[in-house]
Ligand binder design. Structure first.
Ligand SMILES: [Zn+2]
Length: 144
């Protein structure tokens, strides 16, 4: 198994997630920072084919003082739900897929169109681009 530094208290799937966790910990009194981005030589997390700079090991978040690691882990565990909600709220860096209620086709829209109404590229009907899952769509069942 990978032998991580004791200061590594979180491994994120993306630099964005790692940033949020590091900032969150710092706000809660445990100074932390994202490591991979600035330590090309020290960690093998970066891969040349990954545009986000996220390698197979993920993006590591370290506490600055190893003595704070147990506290950081405790905080992360205690506030898992809160942090998950925050991660979700910040997860707007990627494209958004939305299903057209009229023709049923799934289209992908850029992240900056999240929460807006666009025209379906297939049938031209209005389509909601947003966080609402399919469960939220229960109107407009207009079968021919
Ligand atoms: Zn459509």
């Amino acid at each position: 198994m990978i032998n991580r530094d004791p200061r590594c208290i979180y491994v994120a799937n993306s630099v964005g997630d790692a940033d949020i966790v590091a900032n969150w910990l710092t706000e809660n009194g445990v100074a932390a920072e994202v490591m991979d981005r600035s330590t090309l030589g020290g960690l093998d997390g970066l891969t040349p084919w990954s545009p986000l700079g996220v390698g197979a090991r993920g993006t590591e978040v370290w506490v600055l003082d190893a003595a704070n690691a147990p506290r950081a882990l405790q905080l992360l565990e205690q506030h898992k739900a809160e942090r998950a909600a925050q991660l979700e709220a910040n997860r707007d860096s990627g494209p958004v897929s939305a299903e057209c209620e009229d023709c049923g086709k799934v289209s992908v829209f850029p992240a900056n169109q999240r929460g807006t109404v666009q025209n379906c590229p297939f049938c031209g009907s209005h389509i909601d681009v947003g966080d609402d899952g399919p469960d939220a769509i229960d109107v407009g069942e207009e079968e021919p």
